[in-house]
Design a protein around this ligand. Structure first.
Ligand code: SF4
Ligand code: SF4
Length: 188
């Protein structure tokens, strides 16, 4: 039997590299929005967007954090833009073991752009709102997808990353301890 189809809103941000001047407002507001407490600090190391800079030609390229991957690539790509060769991982969106990008600086948990998920929802993602040069343009479209195409939630990806780093037994021990402590504090 064919899987049921359902409607899904696909959110995208179109990047116009020519309009980016490298102000990094997008990094600042993203990290502040995802700080705990919200807007409590603005460490761009925690942003889900990174602006790559090529100083000689003054090119800025915003890159969004994508999926977490437990293993690094077997092969790598090289990019040559305006005659300058870029680091082979520079434009990759993945949080992966081979580099520091798109990881929480303290915990090293993977970071992924969540389009500023919020309740109530924002009209536009904050990086788009803060980009005064219109280098980032928010777009939505509707697509039909199979029911089983649902992607794992961020929380699931974070636990998966912890298991990759510390092993299943250690993570499940810690979760069991936290659950027991929470249950005890509710009873008290
Ligand atoms: S806010 Fe806009 S112009 Fe500034 S760095 Fe980010 S994308 Fe570029
Ligand atoms: S859409 Fe939101 S979460 Fe994604 S990079 Fe922009 S500010 Fe960060």
């Amino acid at each position: 039997m064919k899987p049921e189809k359902k409607k899904k809103i696909v959110k995208t941000i179109r990047i116009d590299v020519d309009k980016c001047n490298g102000c990094r407002a997008c990094e600042v507001v993203c990290s502040a929005f995802h700080a705990a407490p919200k807007y409590g600090n603005n460490n761009p190391g925690r942003a889900r967007i990174r602006v790559i800079h090529e100083p000689l030609k003054n090119i800025f390229l915003p890159v969004y954090a994508g999926e977490y991957t437990a293993a690094e690539c077997m092969g790598r790509d090289k990019y040559i833009i305006d005659g300058k060769e870029y680091d082979e991982c520079a434009f990759c969106r993945a949080s992966c073991p081979s580099r520091e990008a798109f990881k929480e600086p303290d915990s090293e948990l993977p970071l992924k752009c969540d389009m500023c998920e919020s309740d109530p929802p924002l009209e536009k993602p904050l990086c788009v709102q803060w980009c005064l040069n219109d280098a980032l343009v928010y777009e939505e479209r509707e697509e039909e997808v199979d029911e089983e195409e649902e992607k794992p939630e961020d929380a699931e990806l974070a636990v998966e990353a912890l298991i990759d780093k510390y092993g299943f037994d250690k993570v499940s021990d810690v979760l069991a301890r936290i659950a027991a402590a929470k249950a005890a504090s509710k009873k008290a």
